[in-house]
Design a protein around this ligand. Structure first.
Ligand code: CIR
Length: 256
């Protein structure tokens, strides 16, 4: 069975962290509607959605991806780079401990799950504004006994590694080369985002199905022209909080 762990949109989402975007009004009800549509799509794709209750005092808590790295055999609870997001992890750890052995990134390490791109047994980890080398080294030590390698990737100009690059097929990456160097990922196929859509590199692969944001039609055309069929969802309200598709869930299999 495949679980998608999510959390309801906080009523305080308008006070979210913003790094590269300027603040815009966020319609909380619309954000909630879009988030529910996203969950429905995950259900359609075979996931069992487990939704944590919303956290009124934690504006960014809908972005659960940043709180943990869930592997087949273990889960690493992060220490988010944004101080105000650190209280988001405990409730996620409580759920994940039902399914996985739990590890923890500790002070002075910082790590956001949005910086971790898993391809097979390799974890590519963005050294970004949120994830420092100490945190990445801690992750490396935790996952090595489980047979995972960690590769550090420099990220510049965007929030997380997965803002710049994500997996859209077994060996195919959707990439914005102005934020990350493609040479960091050897022997893989690339699809470039449309230059007019810099935020378009974040797609969510669920099994063999690709979930993609409605707001990037030009890049979507590029994906489709390569034979990749996408399931489109409108997350425009969550994008105003600098969130993307991968960050709204933690997806993992149980009974493996
Ligand atoms: C933040 O700055 O932490 C949130 N406003 C957005 C987090 C998005 N997370 C992700 O892409 N993994």
């Amino acid at each position: 069975m495949r679980i998608a762990l999510t959390r309801g949109v906080s009523p305080s989402i308008e006070q979210c962290e913003l790094t590269h975007l300027s603040r815009q009004e966020i319609d909380v009800n619309r954000a909630r509607y879009q988030h529910a549509q996203y969950e429905n799509l995950l259900i359609d794709l075979g996931c069992k959605v487990r939704r944590l209750p919303e956290e009124p005092k934690l504006p960014d808590s809908v972005f659960v991806e940043d709180t943990a790295v869930v592997l087949d055999d273990a889960a690493v609870i992060t220490r988010p780079g944004a101080v105000l997001r650190r209280n988001e992890t405990r409730s996620v750890a409580e759920v994940l401990k039902e399914y996985r052995t739990i590890y923890q990134i500790t002070d002075p390490g910082t790590l956001d799950g949005g910086d971790v791109l898993r391809i097979g047994r390799t974890l590519f980890v963005g050294n970004s504004v949120r994830s420092n080398i100490t945190g990445i080294k801690q992750l490396m030590e935790i996952v090595a006994p489980y047979g995972y390698d960690v590769e550090v990737v420099k990220v510049e100009g965007c929030l997380h590694l997965k803002s710049a690059v994500s997996l859209v097929g077994e060996e195919t990456l959707l990439i914005n080369r102005s934020w990350v160097d493609a040479n960091s990922f050897t022997a893989r196929d690339f699809i470039d985002i449309d230059p007019g859509e810099p935020y378009a590199a974040n797609a969510l692969l669920v099994g063999n199905e690709l979930v993609y944001p409605q707001s990037f039609p030009l890049t979507r055309r590029r994906l489709e022209s390569k034979g990749i069929r996408v399931r489109v969802v409108d997350v425009s309200e969550l994008q105003k909080a600098e969130g993307a598709l991968t960050c709204c869930s933690l997806i993992f299999d149980i009974g493996i």
